[in-house]
Design a protein around this ligand. Structure first.
Ligand code: FE
Length: 332
């Protein structure tokens, strides 16, 4: 008969007792930690987070069935769909997720789920841009902004998604002209992140910039960056025939998830009032769960009408958008 020492017995039974899940995250460590801590405190389930900066889909494909990852957290609809398209995710049926996330912000096939949304807006110089001077995305290409516009790389996912929405609202030819117009208006070569554009406005290098809403909150909370945010106001532009462009951060469960049950618990918890409030207060994002309010600061930037272009259509326009940015040599 096989005899096990107490230690061997403990080791042999540990996997059954282990309450942990593994998350591959493209999101910043500082943002995820408060959520992880609160979840672990409530459930006793440990969440191991590995930060994956680049090549998420490739890594999951390479790891295959042996991947330790249960969940993927990332920003941008196209990145989420790339992971789904790589066939490394599984469908998740959950009444909780269905109830907490509006249908437009989750995959009809249940592979990806939006957890927060954010608007891509215009940061406008408080000194040099009058209220009402810029109201549409289309107008960013008008030559009245010549030499006055700043943005991060045209190839960045956030700008590719915005251009994708322009393609959906108009067509490829219009979108190409628009990208050309934007390039012609640049005060300097695209560089840095969204916050660097507010910094450039504060320094007088440009008057308007593209930026995501939550970076305003991050700048205001950082003594070194507060002056950049103070130099600009947020303008929620709309498409001529639509609303303000939104993108999401979201989650997907891997196909091989070794800890499926607890991973689902975490997914559902991320859509709870408590987690949605953490997203709203600590990262200034828009909660997806109906009834959970934006932070007071975010609300102070005013109301807006979200654009209704389906996220899947924006992601589907990604290849064309990338081609346009390369054709017009946007960053060159
Ligand atoms: Fe970001």
């Amino acid at each position: 008969m096989l005899r096990l020492s107490p230690l061997a017995l403990l080791l042999a039974t540990t996997p059954v007792l282990a309450q942990e899940i593994n998350v591959y995250s493209h999101r910043q460590p500082e943002l995820i930690q408060p959520l992880v801590d609160a979840f672990t405190k409530e459930t006793g389930i440990t969440v191991n987070v590995a930060f994956v900066d680049k090549g998420m889909a490739e890594r999951l494909v390479a790891e295959g069935d042996r991947s330790p990852a249960d969940l993927v957290l990332t920003v941008d609809i196209a990145r989420l769909m790339q992971i789904v398209d790589a066939d490394v995710t599984q469908a998740v049926q959950s009444d909780v997720l269905d109830a907490n996330i509006p249908a437009a912000l989750r995959d009809p096939n249940d592979h990806w789920f939006g957890l927060t949304s954010r608007a891509r807006v215009v940061y406008a110089s408080k000194d040099r841009v009058k209220p009402g001077e810029i109201t549409t995305y289309e107008d960013l290409a008008s030559d009245k902004w010549k030499g006055r516009l700043c943005t991060r790389s045209g190839l960045h996912d956030y700008n590719i998604a915005l251009l994708g929405a322009i393609i959906v609202h108009h067509d490829e030819a219009y979108a190409t002209k628009w990208a050309e117009g934007l390039k012609a208006n640049l005060a300097k070569k695209p560089d840095g992140g969204d916050r660097d554009q507010a910094k450039a406005i504060a320094a007088g290098e440009c008057d308007i910039a593209l930026g995501n809403t939550y970076y305003m909150g991050q700048m205001l909370a950082d003594p070194e960056q507060k002056a950049w945010a103070d130099a600009v106001s947020i303008v929620y532009p709309t498409f001529e025939s639509g609303g303000t462009h939104l993108n999401i951060s979201g989650v997907a469960m891997t196909k091989s998830a070794p800890n499926r049950e607890n991973a689902l618990k975490f997914m559902e918890w991320l859509t709870s009032d408590e987690a949605q409030k953490i997203y709203a207060e600590t990262n200034y994002e828009f909660p997806v769960k109906p009834g959970v309010e934006r932070s007071e600061l975010v609300k102070s930037w005013g109301e807006f009408t979200p654009d209704t272009t389906p996220l899947a259509a924006i992601a589907a326009a990604r290849a064309t958008a990338l081609k346009i940015m390369e054709t017009v040599d946007f960053d060159g």
